[in-house]
Design a protein around this ligand. Structure first.
Ligand code: ADP
Ligand code: MG
Length: 603
């Protein structure tokens, strides 16, 4: 049988599963553990050690033990200057490498070692090789990071059949296909290094992603770090002379281990006794850490998930009470303070029917089962990450498909010519959230020709369609001649999540500036309409005005012309209005003339 395995390649822990007689089964290692720490220890002259034994080396040999390598996958130099790893990480020539015990390694290579170990565990348990896999990534992973993950799989000898988002996998694991029709589900996934929130809708056995949001640098590691800081404070409080010694790398790693173990126990107990036998040669340290103290340091970190949750609800156009289910994933959601926070935020008790740290792997396995044909009747749909539109008069963005629309989708709009006798129109296809075309990304551009027509009378329909594969088809048709042109743009939906985040953040930052720019552009367009109209009216009927009236209008025209050079929107608006008002007599003369001519023609 041709198995496909499901893999949760986590920042902290990784798991592997396979479908067995229609059920997703997670595979345990020879010691019976399903959760494998994503840690690799590199001894000086022996083969790398992966998983639980490597985790134990973190405190002993922090500089030779690589953890949280997922944070470095597809790392872009300059993304974050902060380097808080206990092993040497170098960013050279646009690449990230780890230098451990004389070895130079790319993050993908370390991830490949983790995947190879999982694969070996699976082969040992199944009694046959596995070489096809589904691997999960956080929803906010960008293209580079997804690619790096795929590469890691290939380096481990796996064909990566699909990369799927972790929250989507978690939803599958909770068996949400059993819910009643039209259910809405929030997936709150808080792991060691990443936070993800997704809003899904289930309808007639079909999952639809309504919105996703998250942060790739927020997780239980942050809680550990804060707890280490707290313990160091308590230590220096008692032994001020040890302040410098506490910054020692080995000691910090040891303290982190102690803090971490205490944190896990405090999910069950109200207080734990912390013992550090030899802080220095002479002293030992013992301290009763309460759940309350842990929660005080954890709460601000947990609260940082709030904004992401609210934003995703907003994107999905839902209120918390409209959700039918909130599910938990990631080990951090075992903490009572997290469950309480989620319950308050979403105004309901979260579903805890799954082991939160196994949910993603179970879902990946179900997805693998779908690909190999062992699971049917579930389809996953996606949403457009950014708005799609075309550039219109004055360089403005005209949105045709708004962001977060469900794929597949189709939408269209009618456009006209800005200039009389124009023979063609340039269709510039744009993606982004900014008001001005130039601030968005241009995906492509083409020209549609049409029959010459007076200004504003041509009718060009533009239709955008995104198919199930995420490919954008743009169709433009001149409705008079029936002439049409079609262009396919495949890159449309496939932009990196990081770029999307940046675009959205910028559009929020720039909202006021953009609006001002849009108002200015529209005011300029108004002037550009008024000025030629006034000039041609003056030519036709100007002689019927008094010299005084003509001077006054000339003055108003000059004011519009000079306001145009200032970028001063209020001044231009006022000048437009004054010119509009001040030429009312001129306009009636023009109408009288037109009527007289019409009457003449009739006679
Ligand atoms: P990842 O997806 O990043 O690999 P996991 O879902 O395995 O992470 O979650 C790991 C995180 O969950 C770690 O920060 C770990 O300390 C934390 N965690 C695991 N179990 C518990 C628990 N019982 N109480 C509190 N935190 C826990
Ligand atoms: Mg995870």
């Amino acid at each position: 049988m041709d198995d496909i395995v499901g893999i949760d390649l986590g920042t902290t822990n990784s798991l592997i599963g396979v479908m067995d007689s229609g059920f997703p089964i997670l595979i345990a290692d020879s010691e019976g553990h399903r959760l494998m720490p994503s840690v690799v220890y590199f001894p000086k002259e022996a083969e790398p050690v992966v998983g639980r034994p490597a985790e134990r080396m973190r405190a002993v040999a922090p500089e030779q033990t690589v953890y949280s390598v997922k944070r470095l996958m597809g790392y872009r130099p300059g993304e974050s200057e902060k380097n808080d790893f206990s092993y040497p990480v170098k960013h050279t020539g646009g690449r990230t490498v780890l230098e451990v015990n004389g070895r130079t390694l790319r993050p993908e290579e370390v991830s490949a070692l983790i995947l190879r170990k999982l694969r070996a565990n699976a082969a040992a348990a199944l009694g046959r090789e596995v070489d096809r896999a589904v691997i999960t990534v956080p929803a906010y992973f960008n293209d580079l990071q997804r690619q790096a993950t795929k590469q890691a799989g290939e380096l481990a000898g796996l064909t990566v059949e699909r990369i799927i988002n972790e929250p989507t996998a978690a939803a599958l694991a909770y068996g949400l296909d059993r819910l009643s029709d039209k259910s809405k589900i929030a997936v709150y996934d808080f792991g060691g290094g990443t936070f993800d929130i997704s809003i899904l809708e289930l309808h007639n056995g079909v999952f639809r992603v309504l919105a996703t949001n998250g942060n790739t640098r927020l997780g239980g590691d942050d809680i550990d770090r804060e707890l280490v800081r707290l313990l160091k404070d308590r230590l220096t409080g008692r032994y001020p002379e040890l302040r410098a010694d506490l910054e020692d790398v080995v000691f910090t790693a040891r303290l982190r281990q102690i803090a971490h173990d205490a944190k896990l126990r405090l999910s069950e107990e109200m207080a734990v006794q912390i013992e550090i036998p030899f802080v220095s040669k002479a002293q030992s340290f013992s301290y009763l850490l309460s759940r309350q103290e842990l929660e005080a340091v954890a709460r601000p970190i947990v609260r940082r998930t709030r904004a992401h949750c609210l934003r995703s609800l907003d994107d999905a156009k839902l209120d918390a009470h409209q959700l039918d289910e909130v599910i938990l994933a990631g080990g951090v959601t075992r903490m009572p303070v997290v469950r309480q926070f989620v319950a308050e935020l979403f105004q309901r008790l979260p579903n805890i029917g799954q082991n939160p740290d196994e949910a993603v792997a179970v879902g990946a396995t179900i997805q693998a089962g779908m690909l190999s044909g062992q699971v049917q009747n579930v389809v996953l749909l996606d949403v457009t990450p950014l708005s799609l539109g075309i550039e219109t008069f004055g360089g403005l963005m005209n949105v045709i498909i708004p962001r977060n629309s469900t794929i597949p989708c189709k939408a269209g709009e009618m456009f006209t010519n800005a200039v009389a006798n124009q023979r063609s129109m340039q269709i510039k296809v744009l993606q982004g959230e900014r008001e001005l075309a130039k601030d968005n990304w241009q995906l492509g551009s083409f020209e549609i020709e049409f029959d010459p027509a007076p200004k504003g009378t041509a009718r060009v329909g533009v239709q955008f369609e995104i198919d199930a594969n995420g490919i954008l088809h743009v169709l433009a048709r001149d409705t008079k001649s029936g002439r049409q042109k079609e262009v396919d743009l495949s890159s449309a939906v496939d932009v990196s999540d990081e770029a999307v985040e940046k675009m959205i953040a910028e559009s929020l930052d720039q909202a006021f500036a953009d609006m001002a720019e849009r108002v200015w552009t529209e005011t300029v367009l108004k002037s550009n309409e008024l000025l030629p109209a006034v000039r041609s009216a003056l030519m036709l009927v100007g002689h019927q005005l008094t010299a005084e009236e003509r001077d006054r209008i000339a003055g108003l025209v000059r004011e519009v012309e000079s306001a145009l050079t200032t970028h001063h929107v209020h001044r231009l608006k006022a000048a437009n209005e004054a010119l509009d008002k001040g030429t009312q007599h001129l306009a009636t003369l023009l109408i009288d003339r037109a009527m007289a001519e019409a009457a003449k023609r009739k006679r």
